[in-house]
Write a protein that binds this ligand. Structure first.
Ligand code: NAI
Ligand code: MG
Length: 352
């Protein structure tokens, strides 16, 4: 297989974790006989410094010519006082919107060797394997009108049938490929957007008789995600609920440094990035944990290229290196060996 990938290292630890992930990608290419053509472009702070624009046209153009995009992270104090249109995060929002990446997938899976870092009891966290599917381009973050005066403010939550149908279809398809369970999260006891959401899930479930569906209110899911996370397989929800629940779910397994994500739109194109940010305070020291970005490459192989075996091999290798007791500094426990970003990546590559 031959694929074109645009790589956007970003700033902070972005370039360091991206370098590791690209090495792993190339080794997978060699072992399984695929050619990955990589093109590098700027986004975020790096793009502001170079082009005075967090998402230059050259970058958009290169992504448009690619089969998938791999992103590091953006943001940092250096740009905090810039006007909104010249902030690194603006580049992220723009690229998601430009490519209509309406589905944000965040898997949360326990690595047995990392459970000591989880705030939950081992028996609660140990078999967690869930996927949050968050609608990413609609809802209250984008709805009009919005307005603020000194005395009152308005935000508007809008969802069209089409916007709900496409994310719900996506979640059903994913559930079908996993354990066949879908939890749809809403606030249908209060919100009309949620009532429409629930109706559409009910309509759609007729087309997926192999998937078991439940509806749950968001406040109750916020509680059950922590008390009984193993209950969940695929969880689908609207933008703001998904924003909150996915951060909540991210702590279950113990570390931000191991969580990947995908933003997709229903064809094969997608944007893959770690859940964590640019960690500016540890940038340039060679100590960042590259696991989340390496696992984001695995998601790219699976969701954009259909390479399931290759994706599983990356996940197996990462897990095996943890099981051997090798960690980066953020995960260090008593009696474990602390490796640099590059050394830890070497272990994963040897494993593959
Ligand atoms: P952060 O995720 O960068 O860092 C949170 C904490 O986790 C820090 O202590 C950091 O050192 C640690 N950490 C994160 N990733 C790590 C890794 N791979 N290895 C080892 N330690 C790691 O979040 P924070 O500090 O809130 O934000 C820093 C900057 O990143 C801000 O400018 C923020 O806007 C931006 N950000 C960017 C995101 C993105 O590019 N998608 C997402 C979240 C934040
Ligand atoms: Mg958030």
């Amino acid at each position: 297989m031959e694929k074109k990938i645009t790589v956007l290292p970003g700033d902070g630890i972005g370039p360091e974790v991206i370098a590791s992930a690209v090495r792993v990608l190339q080794v997978i290419g060699k072992r399984f006989n695929h050619t990955f053509h990589l093109g590098y472009a700027a986004i975020g702070g790096a793009a502001i410094d170079q082009y005075n624009n967090p998402l230059p046209n050259e970058t958009i153009h290169m992504c448009e010519e690619s089969d998938a995009v791999l992103l590091g992270a953006v943001g940092g104090p250096k740009w905090d006082n810039n006007p909104t249109h010249l902030r690194p995060e603006k580049g992220l929002l723009q690229i998601r919107k430009h490519f209509d990446l309406f589905a944000n997938l965040r898997p949360v899976k326990a690595f047995p060797s990392l459970l000591a870092s989880s705030p939950l009891k081992r028996e609660v966290a140990e078999n967690v394997d869930l996927m949050i599917v968050r609608e990413l381009t609609g809802g209250i973050y984008f709805g009009e009108p919005r307005k603020k005066t000194a005395d009152a403010a308005v935000d508007t939550c809008v969802y069209s049938r089409e916007e709900i149908e496409r994310i719900v279809d996506n979640a059903f398809e994913l559930a079908r490929l996993r354990r066949g369970k879908l939890c749809s999260v809403d606030k249908a006891n209060v919100l009309d957007t949620s009532r429409l959401w629930r109706e559409i899930v009910e309509e759609k479930k007729k087309s997926y008789p192999d998937v078991q569906v439940e509806h749950n209110l968001v406040d109750s899911v916020a509680m059950k995600l922590i008390t009984n996370p193993c209950h969940y397989d695929v969880v689908v929800t609207e933008n703001m609920f998904g924003d909150i629940l996915s951060d909540e779910a991210s702590v279950i397994t113990g570390s931000l440094g191991v969580l990947p994500s995908a933003s997709i739109r229903g064809d094969n194109f997608g944007l893959y990035e770690p859940v964590h940010g640019s960690a500016p305070e540890i940038a340039g020291q060679g100590i960042a944990n590259p696991a989340a970005t390496i696992l984001s490459v695995a998601m790219m192989l699976q969701y954009s290229f259909g390479l399931k075996e290759e994706a599983a091999e990356i996940e197996r290798a990462v897990s095996a290196v943890f099981d051997d007791g090798y960690f980066t500094a953020d995960l260090a426990q008593d009696g474990t060996r602390v490796l640099s970003t590059d050394e830890w990546t070497d272990k994963v590559i040897n494993e593959i």
